[in-house]
Design a protein around this ligand. Structure first.
Ligand code: ACO
Length: 436
């Protein structure tokens, strides 16, 4: 419950000036009121009752959650209470995955068992592998992965039993394990290279890099720096509470769809340039700007609203996105191995100038996670089409943790928002010959 007021009450008094009636609604933990408590407010007995109007859910909590906490004003991000900085520094992606999915950090035995479980579910059915060949050579990687994830539901009909915890866990392990395989297949297809099967001796990220970049029978050993950098990027992207794609996952899952179908929907939401597609859009933008000299003219266009500065701004963060600071450090480590990405100079200068301009200061626009991630992905050798996929692999963990929380939450039902109908009143059908 929220703090108790000076009159000892923990409630909100509402006066309806249309009727003069007063209502008292409880204030719950988190300074929220139940939107359903507004329903009692009506002028006539047969009125529907009052609703909250909130396009894009800007001020509506759709769930109570114990997974990820963000304080956008202070630039804080925590998974299950652990600060993202500590996890990025001291943990691994699969350990963080266990934390997000189970609620607690694993013991050594629990982590070993989880890693082994994931490692031995990395193969996908050969019919899925053949599906890759059905796409055009230039098909977007994200479109391919979304289709294959959706197709996985047809291979695991048992996944429909979403209320069985053991069944749920099996699909979770399968999805966490198979996403890198599917992602790597799209890259190899795009390049016209033979597919590389998973290598169970390697770590999660080393295996992914091997499936992407291994040529012929020669043993592939990724640089430990790059292997770790990718793991850190995966940790940073693992969850971000109720964003657009997570909301899609929860909404689709609320109808009791299987998790493969729900996850394909979440990935589709992530694909858009205002969400997970932003890292790809940032790279295209930096290439278009081309040189530091062109930055002022570009920013003038942004201020005239002819452009958006991709990788800047966030619905929740009104301070520096803590993930962006960690990514900036990771970029330096990666460039020590790969050589400096020349786009970094444009990005750094763009950030410096933007942060000193009134337009950005007044609107609290800071770099978000996507501003620098694409530059690292490019240095690692990924084409831009792979960037949203590189986001989707770790976010699969967050989507599944949130889906599981939704399925087991007794307060949740099938998601079904209301509307305020503002269209035409009833009217008679006019035959086509009589229409003007
Ligand atoms: N460039 C220029 N102006 C911007 C930007 C931007 N990147 N972001 C917001 N603004 C401006 C808006 O035009 C608006 O200005 P106004 O008050 O004069 O109308 C003001 O800042 C508020 O912006 P909104 O669009 O209302 O903010 P909202 O919370 O709806 O949007 C979003 C957040 C979508 C992330 C937005 O900042 C954006 O489009 N950023 C660029 C795309 C991007 O980087 N997306 C990745 C987000 S992180 C993630 O999903 C992983």
């Amino acid at each position: 419950m929220g703090d108790t007021g000076k009159d000892g009450k923990n409630s909100l008094s509402i006066r309806d000036n249309r009727t003069g009636r007063e209502y008292e609604v409880d204030i719950l933990e988190g300074d929220v009121v139940r939107a359903m408590d507004l329903r009692q407010i009506r002028v006539n007995e047969d009125d529907f009752g009052m609703m909250a109007y909130d396009p894009a859910f800007s001020n509506t909590a759709s769930t109570r959650s114990t997974i990820t906490e963000i304080d956008g004003g202070k630039g804080i991000l925590r998974y299950r209470g652990y600060p993202i900085e500590q996890l990025a520094e001291r943990s691994s992606h699969l350990e963080v995955a266990y934390l997000l999915l189970k609620g607690e950090l694993p013991t050594k035995d629990e982590l070993d068992a989880f890693v082994e479980d994931v490692t031995f579910h990395t193969y996908v059915h050969e019919n899925i592998t053949e599906q890759v060949g059905g796409f055009r050579y230039d098909a977007h990687a994200m479109g391919m992965v979304i289709s294959m994830v959706s197709a996985l539901s047809t291979f695991y009909p048992d996944a429909k039993d979403v209320d069985d915890p053991a069944v749920r866990w099996q699909q979770i392990v399968r999805l966490v394990a198979k996403l890198p395989t599917l992602a790597a297949y799209t890259y190899r297809h795009h390049r016209g290279l033979p597919l590389v099967y998973p290598e169970n001796e390697l770590s999660y990220t080393a295996n992914f890099l091997s499936m992407l970049f291994k040529i012929g029978t020669k043993e592939y050993k990724p640089s430990p720096v790059l292997e770790r950098a990718l793991d850190v990027l995966f940790i940073l992207h693992a969850d971000h509470e109720q964003n657009c794609s997570t909301t899609a996952m929860r909404v689709i899952g609320s109808s009791r769809s299987d998790p493969y179908s729900a996850l394909a929907g979440a990935m589709a939401a992530l694909y858009g340039p205002l969400h997970g597609g932003a890292n790809e859009a940032v790279l295209r933008m930096l290439n278009r700007i081309g040189s530091v000299d062109n930055i002022p003219a570009f920013l003038e266009g942004v201020k005239r609203k002819e452009e958006r500065l991709m990788g800047f701004g966030h619905r929740i963060y009104k301070a520096y996105d803590p993930r962006a600071s960690i990514i900036k450090r990771t970029a330096d480590e990666v460039f020590e191995v790969t050589g400096r990405n020349p786009l970094l100079d444009i990005a750094l200068e763009l950030e410096k100038i933007a942060l000193s301009e009134d337009y950005f200061v007044e609107r609290n626009l800071y770099p978000n996670v996507d501003f620098y991630s694409g530059i690292i992905y490019q240095a690692l050798g990924f084409p831009v089409e792979m960037f949203p996929v590189l986001f989707a692999i770790p976010r699969t963990v967050g989507w599944l943790a949130q889906w599981q929380e939704m399925i087991t939450d007794p307060e949740q039902r099938i998601a079904r928002p209301r509307q305020v109908f503002v269209g035409s009143d009833v009217r008679d059908f006019v035959p086509i010959a009589d229409r003007g």
